[in-house]
Write a protein that binds this ligand. Structure first.
Ligand SMILES: O=c1ccn([C@@H]2O[C@H](COP(=O)(O)OP(=O)(O)O[C@H]3O[C@H](CO)[C@@H](O)[C@H](O)[C@H]3O)[C@@H](O)[C@H]2O)c(=O)[nH]1
Length: 454
């Protein structure tokens, strides 16, 4: 059979996210967009994730799953003795098992044309090139953050950073040495990027115009976001109502029922993503801040964080609050009862808030979140940063002040108008003929063209 041609002549892509919720969500959504444009796609996860903790959140995901090994099929990264060891083993075992997977698919008459890989896994590009495939890197963080790390990679920033504005930079630049394996991984994103055929970014051109322009002088970069389910944007993919694959089990029914009973714009939604571990003192201050504010609140506290809040506190929230271990965040953000999002500002949560027009109280914890918080407050002007004290804790008075500013304060109207403006731009980008839609078409055309050249 002619190389690059599947049995049915369809272009065939493997999409390989890093095995984390914040990376699976955007890359799975990209799969759905490609499938809608007649590309045959398979999402590749680790064996551990596939067998032990993946829940299909709904029937909306028909994407085919394939697996590779990170070397820790029993317990995933928890099994590795250090983060560095995990990443090294994933590179070694992952390269071999991804090559085997490509071979298996080629042999079965369904040959692969392209690997779209998470920028955290640059070795996938080496596999793609060794197998004679197209390779496209997918960045799951903002272009602003990617360009900061690229400056660091180039030796144009000296660590540790000093000065008054450092708290707006990704945390690894001012808490130098805090997570060496993570910083190395972020720098390795650029180790072979010049060989990538495409650089795909989960952003919207209008969100980060200057940053996209700057990066596009270096690489063939295209903005393909926001990668959130179609029914929240252009509504062209009718079944696409949620992300579809979840590492955590969402508590949908309770949340929706509870929200349905609340007045429009009256609820504060609080969530810190899939990874952040807050100090117990910070959790208590947040809770007191919410209690003092007296708004309704829906707070996601993951199972691993639960013990940090005394149970009598949680019991005391019954009249005003609902605490759940996980929810369908998009469904919550889109609910008309929600007036504000207290967020750690992970990039997906940030893009979701922008896309759904929900104002944010930014409480960044680490990694790229401080930079996202800076953009939320000073560039997009659709939120307020809750400033920590000298011990790094955001106090209850600050929480109360920020919440009242967004819910009913002087700047409330302006912030809400801005949030709606970004939401409109995000939706336009994904509609037929919008910037991101055109970029995805460009990518698909290049796949078809690449096949013809083979
Ligand atoms: O109860 C919840 C809470 C979150 N989510 C979803 O989980 C994702 C969380 O992603 P994100 O907001 O990016 O946070 P993290 O999970 O913490 O993501 C990690 O990965 C991101 C992409 O690299 C980084 O920007 C973050 O800083 C990093 O912590 C989002 O899609 C949310 O909609 C839910 O569905 N239900």
């Amino acid at each position: 059979m002619e190389k690059g041609k599947g049995t049915n002549g369809v272009t065939h892509c493997l999409i390989v996210p890093y095995p984390m919720q914040g990376h699976i969500n955007p890359m799975l959504q990209f799969c759905k967009r490609l499938e809608h444009k007649s590309v045959n796609v398979k999402l590749v996860t680790t064996r551990f994730l596939a067998k032990s903790i993946m829940h299909r959140a709904s029937s909306s995901t028909s994407i085919f799953l394939e697996t590779i090994s990170d070397g820790y099929d029993e317990r995933g990264s928890d099994q590795a003795e250090s983060a560095e060891t995990y990443l090294e083993t994933f590179c070694k075992v992952g390269s071999q098992t991804l090559t085997d997977l490509v071979q298996k698919l080629n042999d079965s008459g369904n040959p692969v044309d392209c690997i779209v890989y998470d920028s955290f896994l640059p070795w996938c590009l080496d596999v793609a090139k060794r197998c004679g495939l197209m390779g496209a890197v997918f960045f799951t963080q903002s272009c602003a953050v990617d360009s900061i790390y690229y400056h660091l990679y180039q030796g144009l920033i000296e660590l540790p950073l000093k000065g008054t504005k450092i708290l707006d930079m990704p945390s690894f630049l001012y808490r130098f040495g805090s997570y060496p394996a993570a910083l190395n991984m972020l720098l390795r994103q650029f180790s072979n990027i010049e060989k990538a055929d495409w650089v795909l970014c989960n952003t919207v051109y209008e969100f980060e115009q200057q940053e996209v322009e700057w990066l596009s002088k270096l690489w063939p970069i295209i903005a393909i976001g926001p990668t959130i389910p179609s029914m929240y944007l252009d509504k062209r993919l009718e079944d696409d109502v949620d992300y579809g694959l979840s590492i955590f089990k969402p508590n949908n029914d309770d949340c929706t029922k509870w929200l349905n009973e609340k007045p429009k714009g009256s609820v504060v939604y609080v969530a810190f993503g899939s990874l952040a571990a807050l100090e117990a003192q910070q959790m208590e201050e947040l809770w007191w801040g919410m209690k003092r504010s007296n708004y309704f609140f829906l707070w996601v506290i993951r199972k691993t964080e639960e013990a940090k809040l005394p149970s009598e506190i949680i019991a005391d929230t019954k009249d005003k609050g609902l605490v759940v271990p996980w929810c369908q965040q998009l469904e919550v953000l889109a609910h008309e009862a929600v007036g504000c999002f207290v967020s750690h500002c992970g990039w997906n949560s940030t893009v979701e808030a922008l896309s759904l027009g929900v104002p944010v109280v930014a409480v960044p914890q680490w990694t790229d979140q401080s930079t996202n918080a800076k953009y939320i407050t000073d560039v997009w002007k659709m939120g307020i940063k809750a400033l920590p004290d000298e011990k790094g804790i955001v106090r209850q008075e600050t929480v109360q002040h920020c919440l009242s500013q967004i819910m009913e304060g002087e700047r409330s109207e302006e912030i809400k108008i801005n949030a709606k403006k970004w939401s409109k731009l995000a939706k336009e980008a994904m509609c037929e003929g919008g910037g991101s839609d055109r970029n995805i078409n460009k990518f698909v055309d290049s796949l078809v063209h690449w096949k013809r050249c083979f």
